[in-house]
Ligand binder design. Structure first.
Ligand code: ADP
Ligand code: MG
Length: 257
Protein backbone atom coordinates (compact mmCIF):
# COMPACT_ATOMS: atom_id res chain seq x y z
CA UNK A 1 0.00 0.00 0.00
CA UNK A 2 1.43 3.33 -1.09
CA UNK A 3 0.74 6.33 1.15
CA UNK A 4 0.73 9.28 -1.24
CA UNK A 5 -0.24 12.92 -1.47
CA UNK A 6 1.98 15.48 -3.16
CA UNK A 7 1.13 18.00 -0.47
CA UNK A 8 3.59 18.07 2.39
CA UNK A 9 2.52 17.90 6.01
CA UNK A 10 -0.80 16.12 5.46
CA UNK A 11 0.11 13.13 7.63
CA UNK A 12 1.58 10.64 5.14
CA UNK A 13 4.50 9.62 7.32
CA UNK A 14 2.49 9.69 10.53
CA UNK A 15 -0.12 7.48 8.89
CA UNK A 16 2.37 5.00 7.39
CA UNK A 17 4.24 4.62 10.68
CA UNK A 18 1.23 4.34 12.98
CA UNK A 19 -0.82 2.05 10.76
CA UNK A 20 2.23 -0.18 10.40
CA UNK A 21 2.75 -0.20 14.16
CA UNK A 22 -0.94 -0.92 14.80
CA UNK A 23 -0.99 -3.82 12.33
CA UNK A 24 2.21 -5.29 13.77
CA UNK A 25 0.78 -5.08 17.29
CA UNK A 26 -1.99 -7.35 16.03
CA UNK A 27 0.51 -10.01 14.99
CA UNK A 28 0.98 -8.99 11.36
CA UNK A 29 4.40 -8.83 9.73
CA UNK A 30 4.71 -5.33 8.36
CA UNK A 31 7.38 -3.48 6.39
CA UNK A 32 7.56 0.29 6.02
CA UNK A 33 9.52 1.37 2.95
CA UNK A 34 10.70 4.93 3.47
CA UNK A 35 10.74 6.61 0.06
CA UNK A 36 11.16 10.18 1.29
CA UNK A 37 14.75 11.55 1.30
CA UNK A 38 13.86 13.33 4.54
CA UNK A 39 13.75 9.93 6.21
CA UNK A 40 11.01 10.90 8.66
CA UNK A 41 9.53 7.41 8.73
CA UNK A 42 12.98 5.97 9.44
CA UNK A 43 13.38 8.43 12.32
CA UNK A 44 9.97 7.61 13.77
CA UNK A 45 10.81 3.91 13.57
CA UNK A 46 14.21 4.43 15.26
CA UNK A 47 15.99 3.06 12.18
CA UNK A 48 19.51 4.28 11.40
CA UNK A 49 19.55 6.49 8.31
CA UNK A 50 22.58 8.75 8.46
CA UNK A 51 24.56 9.33 5.26
CA UNK A 52 26.40 6.19 4.26
CA UNK A 53 23.89 3.69 5.67
CA UNK A 54 22.71 1.33 2.92
CA UNK A 55 19.20 2.48 2.11
CA UNK A 56 16.41 2.55 -0.44
CA UNK A 57 18.70 4.75 -2.54
CA UNK A 58 21.08 1.85 -3.25
CA UNK A 59 18.14 -0.44 -3.90
CA UNK A 60 16.74 1.88 -6.56
CA UNK A 61 19.96 3.13 -8.13
CA UNK A 62 22.53 0.35 -7.56
CA UNK A 63 20.29 -2.74 -7.60
CA UNK A 64 21.11 -3.62 -4.00
CA UNK A 65 18.78 -6.35 -2.71
CA UNK A 66 15.93 -4.94 -0.64
CA UNK A 67 16.43 -7.72 1.92
CA UNK A 68 19.87 -6.33 2.76
CA UNK A 69 18.48 -3.01 4.01
CA UNK A 70 15.37 -4.24 5.82
CA UNK A 71 15.90 -3.59 9.52
CA UNK A 72 13.81 -4.80 12.49
CA UNK A 73 12.29 -1.91 14.41
CA UNK A 74 13.50 -1.96 18.05
CA UNK A 75 10.95 -3.27 20.58
CA UNK A 76 8.33 -3.82 17.86
CA UNK A 77 8.14 -7.53 16.96
CA UNK A 78 6.98 -8.03 13.37
CA UNK A 79 7.69 -4.45 12.33
CA UNK A 80 10.50 -3.67 9.87
CA UNK A 81 11.80 -0.57 8.11
CA UNK A 82 13.66 -0.06 4.84
CA UNK A 83 15.31 3.29 5.61
CA UNK A 84 15.80 6.34 3.41
CA UNK A 85 18.85 8.59 3.52
CA UNK A 86 19.32 12.05 2.05
CA UNK A 87 21.01 10.42 -1.00
CA UNK A 88 17.53 9.58 -2.14
CA UNK A 89 17.02 13.23 -3.11
CA UNK A 90 19.49 12.62 -5.93
CA UNK A 91 17.64 9.52 -7.12
CA UNK A 92 14.85 11.65 -8.53
CA UNK A 93 17.37 12.86 -11.16
CA UNK A 94 19.73 9.88 -11.31
CA UNK A 95 16.88 7.56 -12.19
CA UNK A 96 15.90 9.59 -15.26
CA UNK A 97 18.30 7.99 -17.77
CA UNK A 98 17.93 4.49 -16.30
CA UNK A 99 16.19 1.57 -17.96
CA UNK A 100 12.86 0.89 -16.29
CA UNK A 101 13.20 3.99 -14.17
CA UNK A 102 9.54 3.90 -13.08
CA UNK A 103 9.62 0.26 -12.02
CA UNK A 104 12.86 -0.04 -10.05
CA UNK A 105 11.04 -0.46 -6.72
CA UNK A 106 8.52 -2.86 -8.23
CA UNK A 107 11.43 -5.02 -9.41
CA UNK A 108 13.15 -4.86 -6.05
CA UNK A 109 9.95 -5.99 -4.33
CA UNK A 110 9.38 -8.77 -6.86
CA UNK A 111 12.86 -10.15 -6.12
CA UNK A 112 12.21 -9.90 -2.43
CA UNK A 113 10.82 -13.29 -1.53
CA UNK A 114 13.08 -14.13 1.36
CA UNK A 115 10.93 -12.40 3.95
CA UNK A 116 7.20 -12.67 3.90
CA UNK A 117 5.12 -9.72 4.94
CA UNK A 118 1.40 -9.34 5.46
CA UNK A 119 1.59 -5.62 4.67
CA UNK A 120 4.12 -3.38 2.99
CA UNK A 121 3.47 0.35 3.43
CA UNK A 122 5.41 2.78 1.26
CA UNK A 123 5.84 6.33 2.58
CA UNK A 124 6.08 8.79 -0.33
CA UNK A 125 7.80 12.17 -0.57
CA UNK A 126 5.63 15.27 -1.07
CA UNK A 127 5.84 15.29 -4.87
CA UNK A 128 4.59 13.40 -7.88
CA UNK A 129 8.10 12.74 -9.18
CA UNK A 130 9.80 9.46 -10.03
CA UNK A 131 9.94 8.26 -6.43
CA UNK A 132 6.18 8.48 -6.03
CA UNK A 133 5.70 6.92 -9.48
CA UNK A 134 7.95 4.04 -8.35
CA UNK A 135 5.84 3.64 -5.22
CA UNK A 136 2.60 3.58 -7.21
CA UNK A 137 4.01 1.18 -9.79
CA UNK A 138 5.03 -1.21 -7.01
CA UNK A 139 1.81 -1.19 -4.99
CA UNK A 140 -1.61 -2.77 -5.18
CA UNK A 141 -3.35 0.08 -3.42
CA UNK A 142 -2.97 3.78 -2.79
CA UNK A 143 -3.89 5.30 0.55
CA UNK A 144 -4.40 9.07 0.44
CA UNK A 145 -4.29 10.95 3.72
CA UNK A 146 -6.31 14.16 3.54
CA UNK A 147 -5.76 16.86 6.10
CA UNK A 148 -9.05 18.35 7.30
CA UNK A 149 -8.01 21.91 6.44
CA UNK A 150 -8.69 24.52 3.83
CA UNK A 151 -7.01 23.66 0.47
CA UNK A 152 -7.22 19.99 1.43
CA UNK A 153 -8.82 19.06 -1.86
CA UNK A 154 -6.54 21.19 -3.97
CA UNK A 155 -4.20 19.02 -5.98
CA UNK A 156 -6.32 15.93 -5.44
CA UNK A 157 -7.45 15.87 -9.07
CA UNK A 158 -3.83 15.86 -10.19
CA UNK A 159 -2.98 13.11 -7.74
CA UNK A 160 -5.86 10.97 -8.98
CA UNK A 161 -4.81 11.62 -12.61
CA UNK A 162 -1.32 10.39 -11.75
CA UNK A 163 -2.69 7.23 -10.16
CA UNK A 164 -4.72 6.67 -13.35
CA UNK A 165 -1.65 7.17 -15.58
CA UNK A 166 0.35 4.69 -13.52
CA UNK A 167 -2.56 2.24 -13.63
CA UNK A 168 -2.85 2.42 -17.42
CA UNK A 169 0.85 2.33 -18.23
CA UNK A 170 2.64 0.53 -15.41
CA UNK A 171 0.37 -1.27 -12.97
CA UNK A 172 -3.09 -2.37 -14.03
CA UNK A 173 -4.14 -3.59 -10.61
CA UNK A 174 -3.53 -0.25 -8.88
CA UNK A 175 -6.46 1.53 -7.22
CA UNK A 176 -7.10 4.24 -4.68
CA UNK A 177 -8.51 1.89 -2.07
CA UNK A 178 -8.37 4.08 1.00
CA UNK A 179 -8.74 7.70 2.02
CA UNK A 180 -7.99 8.69 5.60
CA UNK A 181 -9.02 12.01 7.13
CA UNK A 182 -6.19 13.33 9.30
CA UNK A 183 -5.58 16.14 11.78
CA UNK A 184 -9.27 16.54 12.38
CA UNK A 185 -10.03 19.36 14.77
CA UNK A 186 -13.55 18.84 16.06
CA UNK A 187 -13.73 22.40 17.35
CA UNK A 188 -13.76 23.90 13.87
CA UNK A 189 -16.63 23.92 11.44
CA UNK A 190 -14.10 23.87 8.64
CA UNK A 191 -12.85 20.41 9.61
CA UNK A 192 -16.33 18.92 9.55
CA UNK A 193 -17.08 20.65 6.25
CA UNK A 194 -13.95 19.23 4.64
CA UNK A 195 -14.72 15.78 6.03
CA UNK A 196 -18.27 15.96 4.68
CA UNK A 197 -17.07 17.08 1.27
CA UNK A 198 -14.49 14.29 1.05
CA UNK A 199 -17.08 11.70 2.09
CA UNK A 200 -19.62 12.92 -0.45
CA UNK A 201 -16.98 12.75 -3.22
CA UNK A 202 -15.30 9.48 -2.33
CA UNK A 203 -17.95 7.49 -0.45
CA UNK A 204 -16.82 4.13 0.89
CA UNK A 205 -13.20 4.72 -0.01
CA UNK A 206 -13.03 6.99 3.04
CA UNK A 207 -12.37 5.13 6.29
CA UNK A 208 -14.90 5.70 9.07
CA UNK A 209 -12.02 6.27 11.45
CA UNK A 210 -10.87 9.88 11.52
CA UNK A 211 -7.49 10.85 12.98
CA UNK A 212 -7.87 13.76 15.41
CA UNK A 213 -5.32 16.50 15.75
CA UNK A 214 -3.41 15.53 18.87
CA UNK A 215 -0.16 16.68 20.43
CA UNK A 216 0.70 13.09 21.42
CA UNK A 217 0.77 12.10 17.74
CA UNK A 218 3.27 14.82 16.90
CA UNK A 219 5.44 14.18 19.99
CA UNK A 220 5.93 10.45 19.43
CA UNK A 221 8.54 10.61 16.60
CA UNK A 222 10.98 12.63 18.70
CA UNK A 223 11.14 9.59 21.00
CA UNK A 224 11.72 7.26 18.05
CA UNK A 225 8.29 5.79 18.67
CA UNK A 226 4.89 5.50 17.08
CA UNK A 227 2.04 6.99 19.07
CA UNK A 228 0.80 3.41 19.39
CA UNK A 229 3.55 2.69 21.92
CA UNK A 230 4.25 6.24 23.11
CA UNK A 231 0.71 6.76 24.39
CA UNK A 232 -1.55 3.83 23.50
CA UNK A 233 -4.56 5.31 25.30
CA UNK A 234 -4.42 8.65 23.49
CA UNK A 235 -7.11 9.65 21.02
CA UNK A 236 -4.60 9.56 18.15
CA UNK A 237 -3.41 6.03 18.96
CA UNK A 238 -6.96 4.75 19.30
CA UNK A 239 -7.95 6.34 15.98
CA UNK A 240 -4.99 4.78 14.16
CA UNK A 241 -5.83 1.42 15.77
CA UNK A 242 -9.39 1.75 14.47
CA UNK A 243 -8.14 2.72 10.99
CA UNK A 244 -5.84 -0.33 10.97
CA UNK A 245 -8.75 -2.54 11.99
CA UNK A 246 -10.86 -1.23 9.11
CA UNK A 247 -8.04 -1.79 6.64
CA UNK A 248 -7.53 -5.35 7.90
CA UNK A 249 -11.25 -6.15 7.65
CA UNK A 250 -11.43 -4.73 4.13
CA UNK A 251 -8.49 -6.88 3.06
CA UNK A 252 -10.14 -9.93 4.62
CA UNK A 253 -13.44 -9.18 2.82
CA UNK A 254 -11.58 -8.89 -0.51
CA UNK A 255 -9.98 -12.29 -0.03
CA UNK A 256 -13.20 -14.12 0.85
CA UNK A 257 -13.83 -16.89 -1.71
P1 ADP B 1 3.76 14.31 5.60
O1 ADP B 1 4.49 13.01 5.72
O2 ADP B 1 2.54 14.23 4.73
O3 ADP B 1 4.63 15.44 5.21
P2 ADP B 1 3.65 14.20 8.49
O4 ADP B 1 3.08 12.88 8.81
O5 ADP B 1 5.13 14.34 8.61
O6 ADP B 1 3.17 14.66 7.05
O7 ADP B 1 2.90 15.27 9.40
C1 ADP B 1 3.24 16.65 9.33
C2 ADP B 1 3.38 17.23 10.73
O8 ADP B 1 2.12 17.16 11.39
C3 ADP B 1 4.34 16.45 11.60
O9 ADP B 1 5.02 17.36 12.43
C4 ADP B 1 3.47 15.53 12.41
O10 ADP B 1 4.02 15.20 13.66
C5 ADP B 1 2.22 16.37 12.56
N1 ADP B 1 1.00 15.55 12.66
C6 ADP B 1 0.62 14.55 11.83
N2 ADP B 1 -0.55 14.03 12.22
C7 ADP B 1 -0.93 14.71 13.32
C8 ADP B 1 -2.06 14.65 14.20
N3 ADP B 1 -3.05 13.77 14.02
N4 ADP B 1 -2.11 15.53 15.23
C9 ADP B 1 -1.11 16.43 15.42
N5 ADP B 1 -0.03 16.54 14.65
C10 ADP B 1 0.07 15.69 13.60
MG1 MG C 1 6.45 12.56 5.22
Amino acid sequence: MTVANQKGGVGKTTTAVNLAAALSMHGQRVLVVDLDPQGNASTALATEHRAGVPSVYQVLVDDLALSSIVTPVPDMPGLFCAPATLDLAGAEIELVPMVGRETRLKRALANFEAMEFDYILIDCPPSLGLLTVNAMAAAQEVLIPIQCEYYALEGLTQLLQNVELVRVHLNQTLSVSTILLTMYDGRTRLASQVAEEVRSHFGDTVLDAVIPRSVRVSEAPSYGQSVMTYDPGSSGAMAYMEAAREIAYRAAALHQP
